[in-house]
Design a protein around this ligand. Sequence first.
Ligand code: ISL
Ligand code: CA
Length: 547
Amino acid sequence: MKRTWWKEAIVYQVYWRSFYDTNGDGYGDLKGVIEKLDYIKELGVDIIWLNPFYESPDKDNGYDISNYEAIMEKAGTMADFEELLTEVHKRDMKVMMDLVVNHTSDQHPWFIESRSSKDNAKRDWYIWKDPKNGKEPNNWRSYFTPSVWEYDEKTDQYYMHSFAVEQPDLNWKNKEVREAIYKMMRFWLDKGINGFRMDVINLLAKLEGFPDAENPLNISYLGNNPGIHEYLQEMHEEVLKHYDVLTVGEIPFVTPEDGLKYAGEDRNELNTLFHFEIADDMPTWDMLGYKEIQERWHKAFYGKGWNSQFLNNHDHTRQVTRYGNDNEYRIESAKLLGTMIHTLPGMPYVFQGEEIGMTGVRFHSIEDYNDIAMKNKYKEEVEKGRDPEEVFESLLLLSRDNSRTPIQWNSSKNAGFTEGTPWININPNYKEINVEEALHNPNSVYYYYKKLIALRKENPVMVYGDYEDYSADDDHLYVYVRTLDHVRWLVILNHSDHNTPFKLPAVFNDKEKRLVLSNYNDVKEEDSLIETTLGPHEARIYEFIKR
Ligand code: ISL
Ligand code: CA
């Protein structure tokens, strides 16, 4: 299998508006990222993925772009970005930007011109359709609204938006659109950025003829449509192949087989991808389901393509709350989940704050929430006549704001995030959970993550090793082996709040072993592994050398 720099890399995701505020406006900013680069570097990560900071009206926190070649005022200036890029490279790290080209903001000049009349030069840069029987052209739902269609009085047509009304979809069938996007990509790549995370990149091609959906509630008809691979191969030909960069596609609704068409080594499309079989389709922890998904993706990808491993990001609730135990076993659980993500096959992502075990949040009312997806859903459901309290409760666990509360730097006012009024409330547990505490506590999640990340640099088996699950039918213990040449790593995870007995698979009985890492401090080297008991949320990594 081809070895590359990005396969050995670990990505740290910076949601800059919640990272660190240097000018007291209540929003994090690019200067704030610069100030904290040594903290990020110290963790040992290689690539920093920055969520969008392009000029934007900010209806969807930067995912509604009105100028692809300018910086959003609340993030800072182009000079700030160029300083950030220089400072990251000085520290031998890399920058991956967010590429959002399925849609723009409705305030983008392209869309303002497109909507101005039926016959202007940019009309066909977006997707306009005549009403059908006086109504929407079809029955498709969007991610954030009951219909993907918004009526435009002036020209008596509807335009398509896969997300919010303020996010009209670009028409990728139009070569002028594609050329404009490729030009913009070169603008950033020529500045020296090191990659793109590509926002819902599999939505670019729309279903021919826009037919009604059998079941409009299953919105997978928005993605993976014929034509998508031609666009991505053209993007590779026109832009990507000319730069040594990492590309990761955000690909909802994708199966392993289809995933290979995007991220297969021989496809000349993308290097890697995020799938959403867990983040979008597994509301709470399901050990057996998780093992089955890992098995299927490994079988399809091993030796052919590169997968990602993540359990949370700016759209998905913090993992220790959603999939672990953020209460009495928060520290152990955060370390166990980190061990899993960093020892499974694929590129590990660390979402800002995960490295100190930050948790999800429960604010008191819908007014405390910012996420347009949650607020639109709340409005839609309450307008159906449902009880507002019950609707609110039903949206709490998966609200994207769970992951968007500001980084907790210390126990001072606003957790040291801002001198001003934070754009979103700080998680009230910041007095106990914060970076300063973590740096002073040798047993913190932070120092465990540092060890995990350092291991990857010294042990190719973590990156390139094969994978075999030795615990398929156990719904608490997750026991798997990574093998590369004569080195075998045995990972043992007790994903439960109880002590769980463990029996070493016979195949390992007579091999020389060493304990590589454990999230409990009392595991002794000579601990007889043949039969032992794992504590609640205990994780261990052993190395076996095959003679
Ligand atoms: O948020 C989700 C479910 O909770 C995801 O399905 C998400 O909406 C989807 O993966 C697309 O996300 C990306 O595109 C959106 C933007 O709001 C998200 O922040 C971004 O990650 C539109 O650009
Ligand atoms: Ca600021």
